[in-house]
Design a protein around this ligand. Sequence first.
Ligand code: ZN
Length: 258
Amino acid sequence: MKKVKIKLVILGGIKYDINIPGLREWSSDFFQIDNNIEIINALPNSLTEENEKYIYTDAQLKSIIGERSNVDLTVAIINQELEKNYYERSIGNNCYVLSLYETGKIVLENNFKVFHFVIQELYYFAAVYYRSKGKIPVSDDGLTHHDIRRCLFDFNDDKNDIAYSLGRASVCNSCAAEFDRTFVPEGFVHNIEKELKRIKKGMFFRIRDFIRNKPIISLVIAIVLAFLINIASNAVYDWIKSSISTKSANVLGYLSHY
Ligand SMILES: [Zn+2]
C-alpha cells in the first residue's frame, strides 16, 4: 500500500509545543511526513471578524497556503479560529487546516501533549484520503458521525469530546465498511487501529488513571508489592549480614594466626 505523503505547513506562531522533530520521526505504514516542514512566519491578518473575533476563512487560508505539488495531502496547523469554529477544515486541493484554538488547551487539560492530538488528526486525514480514494472532498462532514463512538470519524461537535477518543481511537464498524476493499489492503482497519494505540499519555498519567479507574485492584497490587519488597529487603539484609560475619571471622582468624 502506498503511504500518504503529507506536507506540513505551520501557519504563524503556535503557542503549544507540537514537537516538530517527533512529527518528522513518527513512523507509520499509512502516512509519511515530508522532511521539509514549511513555516510561514508572517501570517497576514485575518480579513473576517465574527462576534468580535478574528477568524480565518477557508478562502483566505487557501490563498495563504497555495498549492503543493509532489505530495498527496497538505496539512496546515494554525493557532487561530477557523470558520464555524471547527477545529479542522478541508479547504480543497487535498488540503486540511488543523486549528489549535481551544483544542490545544483541552488536550493539555486531559494530560495529553498537543503532539498526540496532531498525530491522531494526521491518522484521520490519511484515513479520509484512503476512504475517498485520494480525492478529499471539500467538506468532509458527510464522512463523520455526530454521535461519539471513539472513532476516528467522530465529528466532535463539542471540542471537549476530542479527549474522549484521544489515545483510544479506533474505526467503528459502519466507518470500516466505507473503505473500498479494492483500494485498501486486507487488514487496513486493524492495522490503523494498532498504530493508533501508540498514541499514549506519559507513564505518570497512565498510572494515575489506572489507580482512579481501578482503586481496589490498585490497592491489592500495592499490598502485594509492599509484601514482596519486604521479603526481598529481608533477604538482602540477611545476605549482607552473613557476608559481613564471614569476612569478620576470616579477619579474626588471620590476626590470631599472627
Ligand atoms: Zn465511525
